[in-house]
Design a protein around this ligand. Structure first.
Ligand SMILES: C[S@@+](CC[C@H](N)C(=O)[O-])C[C@H]1O[C@@H](n2cnc3c(N)ncnc32)[C@H](O)[C@@H]1O
Length: 358
């Protein structure tokens, strides 16, 4: 194998391919993102103007405050019990810190909330630890590790799109699946016979030679979350870049320094994501769980009163007016995050979560 010009992660992946044959796209994405030594997240602090991309909690504190209001409302409707408040993929810990900042104003909320974070990456955990240093937090690698001994409220912003995806297409030789191959010089994407278990996850209507994306990892995560709220109740809220109708088309992308890059170049040094197929996730929610229609981030935040909160913030910081207005625009405008990002909720219990048509 020619190793010149390859970084450590690329050498690792190339060796795996030489040993085991070409690698399913999802496995490649998982290694690229969360390899414990050389993966993207472990070696970088990618969120923010100086990084590769920006997320809503890092744009404005108002985002986290709105999610905080949603969490508190659900908790009050549940009868203010002792709960697990679980954040999946918490980045720099900003969203959880903003939720708790709202929560300290509500009697007993902070005392009755057991903060849990699902986070695989040590460097991210360190950031979260310092942001949440005044609180007791437990960390987990996977949601399945959390014991359902109390109700749960689960949240995740831009978490699902970091989980691995597979691409499939119906070609002349039947269903094909995307794999990553290495030819001694570089990596390339190839098509091979598809794993038949993946086909079971596809919607009924399928067209030839169109690319379908399906994420077994996301579906598994949604099922685990449902299981967690099955016995003692609770609710889940996931926000991500995605669509609310299953379709075809390739959305897999790599981003570096806020620009698109090649998923097979500088592996481990750019973020790889894809648009979440919320309809596919909704189809896989068990029947004992209630799941209202998916809404846009714009409609969700407007119905929670984001404009009123922005106005109040401006009144208290008049010299920040332009900045706050710009941040608000970024979160809710149709041509910014407002329509591209969708919000999905599911719950178990006698509650009516805000922001959805029930
Ligand atoms: C795009 S960032 C979003 C961070 C944060 N939620 C925000 O909105 O700023 C994705 C986060 O998920 C974490 N992550 C990625 N893959 C993961 C996995 N398989 N399990 C748990 N966490 C993961 C990353 O380390 C990072 O903290």
């Amino acid at each position: 194998m020619r190793q010149a010009g390859l970084n450590n992660l690329e050498i690792f992946i190339a060796k795996q391919i030489e040993r085991n044959g070409s690698m399913p796209l999802g496995e490649f994405m998982s290694i690229a993102m969360i390899h414990p030594q050389y993966g993207y997240y472990i070696n970088s602090y990618p969120i923010g103007a100086d990084g590769d991309f920006i997320t809503a909690p890092e744009i404005s504190q108002i985002f986290g405050e709105m999610i905080g209001a949603w969490v508190i409302d659900v908790w009050l409707q549940m009868g203010s019990p002792n709960i697990n408040l679980i954040e999946c993929g918490a980045g720099y810990g900003t969203l959880m810190a903003d939720i708790i900042r709202v929560g300290v104003k509500i009697p007993k909320f902070v005392d009755l909330v057991n903060i849990c974070i699902i986070e695989t990456q040590g460097n991210m955990r360190d950031k979260q630890k310092s942001k949440l240093s005044n609180y007791t937090v437990s960390w987990y690698d996977n949601i399945s590790e959390i014991i359902a001994n109390k109700p749960s409220i689960i949240i995740g912003n831009e978490f699902l799109d970091a989980l691995p995806v597979e691409q499939l297409k119906l070609g002349n030789n039947g269903w094909q699946q995307r794999f990553v191959d290495f030819d001694g010089n570089g990596f390339k994407l190839i098509w091979k016979k598809a794993d038949k278990h993946l086909l079971e996850l596809l919607p009924d209507k399928t067209l030839s030679n169109k690319i379908y994306e399906i994420s077994k990892a996301q579906i598994g995560f949604i099922k685990e979350s449902s299981l967690l709220i099955k016995k003692l109740g609770g609710a889940a809220l996931f926000i991500d870049y995605g669509h609310n109708k299953s379709g075809y088309g390739e959305t897999l992308q790599a981003v570096k320094k806020h620009k698109y890059s090649d998923i097979l170049k500088d592996i481990g040094q750019s973020d790889i994501t894809f648009h979440v197929d919320f309809a596919a996730l909704k189809r896989n929610i068990p029947s004992y769980i209630t799941s209202p229609s998916i809404v846009t981030q714009r409609d969700f935040l407007l119905s929670l009163g984001i404009k009123h909160r922005a106005k109040a913030l401006i009144n208290n910081n008049i010299d920040m007016e332009d900045i706050i207005k710009k941040q608000l625009d970024r979160l809710i405008s149709k041509d910014q995050m407002g329509d591209l990002f969708k919000v999905m909720c599911f719950y178990n219990g006698d509650i009516k979560p805000c922001g959805f048509i029930l």
